[in-house]
Design a protein around this ligand. Sequence first.
Ligand code: GCU
Length: 681
Amino acid sequence: EHKESYAAWLQYKNIDDQTLVNNYKQWCGRISILGASVVIESAKKELLLGISSMLGIEPDCSSEPMQASLVLATNASIVDLVDVDFDQLNDDGYVIKTVTSGGKNTIFLVGKNDSGVLYAAFHLLRLMQNRKNLQQLDILENPKNQLRMLNQWDNMDGSIERGYAGNSIFYKENEFSDELNRIEDYARLLSSVGINGIAINNVNVHKVETDLITSRLLPKVAEVAGIFRAYGITTFLSVNYASTITIGNLSTADPLDPKVRQWWKDKAEEIYSYIPDFGGFLVKADSEHRPGPFTYGRNHADGANMLAEALQPFNGVVLWRCFVYNCLQDWRDRTTDRARAAYDHFKPLDGHFHDNVILQIKNGPMDFQVREGVSPLFGAMENTNQMLEFQVTQEYTGQQRHLCYLVPQWKEVLDFDTFAKGKGSEVKKVVDGSLFQYKYSGITAVSNIGNDYNWTGHTLAQANLYGFGRLTWNPDLSAETITDEWIGQTFGHDELVKELVTKMLLKSWSIYEKYTSPLGVGWMVNPHHHYGPNVDGYEYDVWGTYHFADWKGIGVDRTEKTGTGYTSQYFKENTDLYEDLKTCPDELLLFFHNVPYTHKLKSNVTVIQHIYNTHFEGVEEAEGLVETWSQLKEKIDQERFEDILKRLQEQANHSKEWRDIINTYFYRKSGIKDEKNRKIY
Ligand code: GCU
């Protein structure tokens, strides 16, 4: 049971087109594997699984390449069998090549290293799942990003912070889970889309989790790391900045104290004795009441460097988060602006971090809202490694009860031009390390999976995990390509299924945005759990999350001229764009400006009328999703069809609550009627 839901995009469904099966069989009948390692073993296992279930054959395996139709090899093992220019490949790169010689056809899957072989195997299986021709393959792939990571916000009691798909697959009742198969299946999913790093516990490191770096739990961490290692994935841990106090018997966590520094050095040595290829530490410090260097009058470079120094002998890295802001604000204080905080804290420290520290920066300056500006910190630190943090788990985008496909949003962020080195300085070039030649960089995200049978609660939310991985590998892939691949592998190749599911996914972000908070202003959600509408839920709270709606207008003035000055944190081209009401894009208007309800947008409607219109449209379109999906009843297995239908119905209903609460709020604030006289409560 739950077979399809569980398999996600690794369905390997039996192919019923016999011509195609026969064609594929000539390539897949005899496999030769050169080289041996746990990673190569995973490649072999996956190929055998995929081939037997798609083609119904059990291929011969040998180490004799001359007879084989499919050869797996690395730079080290391939002597002269095929012409590959290894200089063109980076560490995880690979080549897939069809070679015809002497009437014999062979496909070579050649990685620079073992990981490349595994990625090549997944690539071949993806081609077959998408019914591609294998006749003349000549593929060369290099991941654009060096670090392609996920962060699990899992706690050891089994709960997941902001998790919407059940409990942790890693932990249960303060112990490690013994269902290691599930972790391995997760590793397969991640590796198939190119993920190569994972931090396995919540960035908020509570009491039990602080022990993950002690001898009590390290053997278990090592066991999990072993599972991931076989899929080319490096394991990281989130650590408690104050570990020296909590578990180290010291009275301080002052990063300049020699005893503290020595403790971390010894600790690193101990960790590496269990896990020789341990990735390093992920750290949330001085953020939302977590401990950090500020307590000792030190700055973030002091804190991060202390850990970096400890990890350096083992090639470990520190992923230091920039989500640092004042979370005890007063709404009356109009000078403090949470959006400014990361830049204000970190920009002055450029060049002060060791070269094995990477600053991990959320895509926006606030917190994963459905729409916000891009963090101005990207590109602003020429001499400090940076990586980008997305949120795959849908905390503010419907919590996997609503459909919200985030690939189009992520594409916008990656393609955003920072102008750091003039035109063409997109975020993707900052975080792939090419703009400033960073030593380490990449993309990470908060995962959206749990132990629900379908991993992600909403089955269509699997597409977000898939798309995230694919974008970390290659940010230039289009949303359409990624979507098409995912649907083919998840639901097959029926034309109508492809057409309708593509439409649903690609429109879903815009639909969600329409019935929730308008024009980039954000928030307006119920406090704490963040689900459902509550316009003033965070308005008089301490978190710095205001929209400032009153009877005159709405929006946050973040201009240099009259506001918080946040706009000046961007490079000039973007400062100018956002500063001026005339050029500021409509969708971010209220993120940057406070305007009267009668202000005319570029779309030529007033702000108030825009709010009404989009909220009515959003509900209609959410109802449209139900109708569209319903047309596929005969074409999708019953379980997934019903599951998804239920979620879409809940979304359509809930979108009405959003519409009515938002519309009535602004009607009562502004006193302005809907031009179209629709029902506003
Ligand atoms: C959000 C989220 C928290 C999380 C925090 C973070 O604010 O609501 O649960 O801890 O981000 O990224 O650290």
